[in-house]
Design a protein around this ligand. Structure first.
Ligand SMILES: Nc1ncnc2c1ncn2[C@@H]1O[C@H](COP(=O)(O)OP(=O)(O)O)[C@@H](O)[C@H]1O
Ligand SMILES: CC(=O)N[C@@H](CCC(=O)OP(=O)(O)O)C(=O)O
Length: 257
């Protein structure tokens, strides 16, 4: 899809969006860019799960999701975090439409690894003709859920959903907006990150928890044709740009981790 920008907004960032965020969206709209926002909500899912005495378990940043946790995930993402984002877009005079995976199989998914994660999926297909039509007029707002061909809801990690959607729709830009200014090493933002360095940093436990699926998703996007992938907390901070091999191979050895 031409002129498409995909922006993933982490759950913790949703309530802290600055006026400049909305100004940038307005600016892109004037330039006839299509904008798709994918929101998270992981912290709120965890909070409600605790309140309901449901288990909270993550493996490499991916939530293990049984039937009850899936229900909580759907309630939080579609009943709480998505309306919060839509409300802010409305107040900032941005025409937006909240959508979910079940709208004409908008996001079709398959199980990631049922034994290991339960009702967790990856996105395998996007109803692009529906989106093409909708995004011509308004900003699309999506939650990281998918529907399997058999109609089973699946919980999808937000970063992996955003990367898959960007890749399947042929977006050239993907922003992973989060609560840190980029990938950090010893408190400093890494301006660029290639796969080799990312592997070192994961092995050295510098990249941990939620940053792991984010990095994996970011590399999936660059590998599948999304030219510009950035992990940042602000459109005006370049944060960490994900690169294919070669850009910063020489910067790291295990000794300086
Ligand atoms: N090397 C790292 N650099 C920055 N953040 C990291 C790193 N390793 C782990 N993290 C953690 O990853 C978090 C971002 O991932 P996550 O909590 O899933 O955010 P979001 O909800 O925005 O997707 C940061 O707040 C931080 O705690
Ligand atoms: C499978 C899986 O882990 N799904 C995520 C979906 C929400 C999410 O990714 O939210 P953030 O972007 O705020 O972290 C979860 O249940 O937490």
């Amino acid at each position: 899809m031409e002129n498409l920008i995909v922006i993933k907004i982490g759950g913790n960032t949703l309530s802290q969006l600055q006026p400049s965020f909305f100004q940038q969206l307005q600016c892109w709209r004037k330039q006839n860019k299509k904008i798709l926002l994918l929101h998270g909500g992981g912290t709120k899912i965890t909070e409600l799960s605790h309140q309901l005495n449901l288990p909270v378990r993550k493996i490499n940043g991916i939530r293990v999701t049984d039937e009850q946790v899936l229900e909580v995930t759907r309630l939080v993402l579609l009943g709480r975090t998505q309306p919060l984002l839509l409300q802010q877009l409305a107040v900032n005079s941005l025409p937006a439409l909240g959508l979910n995976a079940a709208d004409q199989f908008l996001l079709r998914g398959s199980f990631l690894d049922k034994q290991r994660y339960g009702f967790v999926g990856k996105i395998v297909q996007v109803n692009s003709s529906l989106l093409e039509h909708l995004l011509a007029e308004q900003i699309g707002v999506l939650a990281p859920l998918a529907l399997s061909t058999a109609g089973q809801w699946l919980n999808v990690n937000g970063d992996s959903a955003a990367a898959a959607i960007a890749s399947l729709l042929g977006a050239k830009q993907l922003y992973l907006m989060t609560d840190v200014p980029g990938v950090l090493k010893a408190g400093q933002v890494l301006p660029t990150l290639n796969r080799k360095t990312a592997q070192y940093l994961q092995a050295a436990h510098v990249i941990t928890t939620g940053m792991q699926p984010k990095i994996q998703a970011a590399f999936h996007a660059v590998d599948t044709g999304v030219n510009q992938v950035q992990i940042t907390d602000h459109f005006y901070h370049s944060g960490t740009k994900i690169t294919q091999e070669g850009v910063n191979n020489d910067e790291f050895t295990f000794s300086n981790l």
